[in-house]
Design a binder for this molecule. Structure first.
Ligand SMILES: C[S@@+](CC[C@H](N)C(=O)[O-])C[C@H]1O[C@@H](n2cnc3c(N)ncnc32)[C@H](O)[C@@H]1O
Length: 262
């Protein structure tokens, strides 16, 4: 999927990035980082948040394991005339010289840490990249999405468009393994014409992908954070929103953990 980043980005283009960035800065201030200067995003993908934060004057660095995705992020930075440093690295093993005020790991990218060990290594690397008192914001799937009927707070089928481009997408969680606490995510993205019909030709090829993810619930997050030895958990939110708690209300649709570097 990440080898065709434009298609991925079009399908997942439903977030309000400026609002999320403004809320991230409000949240950071609430947790004691009032005037951040530096932000590092792990598994940054197209680096939408970093471009927005760079526009607001912050020094931004993004890491991702996928070179096509980084190439796409670079194109977007160039298009917008924004400076973000982008580097290919694995979030579990990276090192940086600088110490950052904020680390981000958004859109459930942490779920690609499939084992506790992956999670602990990522948190240790993130901890080493943060100054004392710095904050890490880690976004997870809302736990309710893994259980029961009417499971998902997020859509499983949707269409998304930008200009003349349109895609239909289908996302599902399959092959649950309750012992390993993993599942296989399945995503199909199909390019469409503006009238909703299927397109033809090479660029319009349907994209189908499956990949393993960890089912991170609160207890597992608490365990890996404690085992990392780097952080205290200082907050849980149901959205990137300073006042929305993590609970079972409809509005609480994702799980945001706020970690403070010891
Ligand atoms: C769902 S995308 C999220 C992108 C971005 N965080 C956002 O909010 O738009 C997940 C990204 O994680 C990257 N990724 C997966 N495993 C990784 C790893 N071990 N280290 C760094 N990046 C990784 C993928 O290449 C992909 O760009």
């Amino acid at each position: 999927m990440y080898r065709r980043p434009q298609l991925y980005d079009l399908a997942f283009g439903f977030r309000d990035i400026p609002a999320e960035c403004s809320n991230l800065l409000t949240l950071a201030a609430g947790y004691g980082v009032r005037h951040p200067h530096t932000v590092l995003e792990l598994a940054c993908g197209p680096a939408h948040h970093l471009r927005e934060l760079a526009r607001a004057g912050l020094t931004c660095v993004g890491l991702d394991i996928n070179s096509e995705m980084l190439g796409y992020a670079r194109q977007l930075c160039k298009r917008d005339g924004v400076r973000v440093t982008l580097r290919r690295a694995d979030m579990r093993t990276f090192t940086v010289e600088q110490r950052f005020d904020i680390v981000l790991c958004l859109f459930d990218s942490f779920a690609q840490c499939v084992t506790d060990r992956d999670g602990i290594e990522t948190l240790r690397s993130a901890g080493a990249a943060l100054r004392k008192g710095g904050l890490a914001f880690v976004e997870f799937t809302h736990p309710a999405d893994y259980f029961g009927k009417g499971r998902s707070r997020t859509s499983e089928r949707w269409t998304q468009g930008r200009g003349d481009e349109r895609v239909s997408a289908r996302f599902s969680l399959t092959r649950f393994d309750p012992i390993a606490e993993t599942f296989v995510a399945s995503l199909v993205i199909e390019p469409r014409r503006p009238n909703g019909k299927k397109t033809s030709g090479r660029a319009s090829r349907r994209l189908a992908m499956r990949w393993p993810q960890h089912m991170w619930l609160r207890g597992g997050v608490q365990y890996v954070v404690e085992a990392s030895g780097c952080f205290d958990i200082v907050g849980w939110h149901g959205d990137i929103d300073p006042i929305l708690p993590l609970d079972m209300s409809e509005r609480s649709w994702r799980m945001i953990a706020v970690l403070r570097k010891r």
